[in-house]
Design a binder for this molecule. Structure first.
Ligand SMILES: [Zn+2]
Length: 280
């Protein structure tokens, strides 16, 4: 009888323990799920200040980068052109204006990508220039302290982009490279703008505000967006709560002095609409 009672108590205790463990696991799973839905993470390789300083050695392959997103922007090993990732394809806009699909083995020294899942969309018409476009985007950003991935598909009456030529070591700072940036002008093209809005506090590791790249629908032309006017199109935004920063493992990054304030350089590099070479 007593043996039976002990067995019952043991069974009840075991059941309680299992239930507790189950709850704990469920709680953990829930927490993990809430913490990191992969589609709500900006995944970034290196920092913008490292790039500004001339750290152009590729860090991660495009094949690996695709595991972390299907839309984004960046550059390539040795600063060999502008990267735009759309619908999971990594495209390389070379300094001569040609656009090539980047091989999975090609590396990137700097990129930011996410799995783009639109939270909101808005049809737009007759957007005169990039500053008007930015004001429209401002109106869609509910929380200026959050990250937003941006995608705009449409017909552009005018687009101006730039790319960057591949560099040899010793690498010059980015601001020196973009002084001679090739710029491209396109008229009446269908295409896609992709990139990010980052909050002001990212200064030093990403670009505060808008950083957008462009590629034509036929993947023939594109680059870092400098100016545009949009005939009609659709803006889509993906509010993204999480940020994953992958730092370079190499000694160049270890030795780099990343304490310099490069806000002015960044502004010049990102927004300078003049170029050394104009290609239409
Ligand atoms: Zn860019």
């Amino acid at each position: 009888m007593r043996k039976c009672l002990y067995r019952m108590i043991a069974a009840v205790l075991l059941a309680a323990l299992l239930a507790l463990a189950g709850c704990a696991q469920a709680g953990k799973d829930k927490k993990l799920k809430e913490a990191s839905p992969p589609e709500d993470t900006v995944f970034q390789v290196s920092t913008i200040n490292a790039l500004l300083q001339g750290l152009y050695d590729g860090e991660m392959t495009c094949g690996e980068l695709k595991k972390h997103g299907d839309l984004g922007i960046g550059t390539f090993d040795g600063l060999d052109g502008e990267m735009i990732m759309v619908d999971g394809s990594v495209l390389q806009v070379k300094a001569d204006g040609k656009v090539l699909p980047a091989p999975d083995g090609e590396k990137t020294p700097f990129a930011a990508v996410t799995f783009f899942r639109s939270d909101q969309a808005q049809q737009v018409k007759e957007v005169a220039d990039y500053s008007q476009l930015q004001r429209l985007l401002d109106g869609l950003i509910a929380n200026r302290n959050m990250f937003y991935a941006i995608r705009i598909d449409g017909t552009f009456s005018y687009v101006k982009t730039r790319s960057v030529p591949e560099q040899a070591k010793p690498y010059p700072p980015l601001v020196e490279v973009t002084k001679n940036q090739p710029v491209f002008e396109m008229r009446n093209v269908r295409g896609t703008v992709a990139g990010f809005y980052c909050p002001p506090y990212v200064e030093g590791f990403n670009v505060p505000g808008y950083h957008l790249h462009f590629v034509t629908e036929d993947h023939q032309q594109g680059g870092h967006l400098l100016e545009c006017s949009l005939q009609e199109g659709e803006i889509q935004m993906d509010e993204t709560r999480e940020f994953y920063l992958m730092l370079p493992a190499g000694s160049d990054f270890a030795m780099a002095d990343l304490t310099t304030d490069r806000a002015e350089e960044l502004n010049e590099v990102e927004n300078s609409i003049s170029g050394g070479k104009r290609i239409e």
